[in-house]
Design a protein around this ligand. Structure first.
Ligand SMILES: Cc1cc2nc3c(=O)[nH]c(=O)nc-3n(C[C@H](O)[C@H](O)[C@H](O)COP(=O)(O)O)c2cc1C
Length: 182
């Protein structure tokens, strides 16, 4: 059975460590997992409830984002921390999903990664809090905080730290197994 996992990075940087972590997840995922990394975060307009009411013109980028989240069996976020918070682009994307409900009971992994020793723990907590409000399913074992991330990857974004590789694989396997247990 094919399991669809959608990765969403909170960073728009071309050499983002968080996006690289999601690509690493895609590379190590078992053969039955179709892992897609979402690439439209910067195409979403600024959220306003007025753009999202019945009768308003549908926005293609928003519809596509909602469809991709809805069609995924599970979602994995990987986000940096900016000024102790979730990057604005990621929070903006989530705001588009609050009322449309794609995250209701969605098995969701939450990773934060930072070059600092804190691993972006405050952004991690904030992202979990927002997703919990949206009733995503995030048990403790779906959460991963990665400190000192640059010491665990090579300059090309390949994960070199065996412990991190193993944690990512465990997370992907856990999320992949939710499809059969739902
Ligand atoms: C404006 C700005 C604010 C930042 N604030 C934090 C922070 O509060 N905590 C932290 O751990 N790192 C912070 N950083 C460093 C990021 O963790 C670092 O740039 C990281 O590599 C970004 O993730 P990425 O590689 O996925 O783009 C900040 C970086 C920028 C540019």
């Amino acid at each position: 059975m094919t399991v669809r996992i959608l990765g969403i990075s909170g960073s728009l940087r071309s050499s983002s460590s968080n996006t690289a972590l999601l690509r690493a997840c895609a590379a190590i995922a078992p053969a039955n997992v179709q892992f897609t990394v979402y690439d439209g975060l910067d195409k979403l307009p600024y959220f306003s409830p007025e753009l999202d009411t019945e009768g308003s013109t549908p926005i293609d980028a928003v519809l596509s984002f909602r469809n991709q989240v809805r069609d995924a069996d599970a979602v994995i976020f990987s986000t940096p921390e900016y000024a102790f918070g979730v990057p604005g682009v990621l929070k903006n994307a989530l705001d588009w999903l609050v009322s449309s409900g794609e995250f209701v009971y969605k098995p969701t992994g939450v990773i934060s990664a930072s070059p600092l020793a804190t691993g972006g723990d405050k952004a991690h907590a904030s992202l979990v809090q927002t997703l919990n409000v949206m009733t995503a399913s995030i048990p403790e074992e779906y959460k991963l905080i990665i400190p000192l991330v640059r010491t665990k990857m090579d300059p090309l974004g390949n994960v070199t730290d065996p412990e991190l590789k193993s944690s990512l694989l465990t997370l992907v396997n856990r999320l992949a197994s939710t499809k059969t247990s739902i």
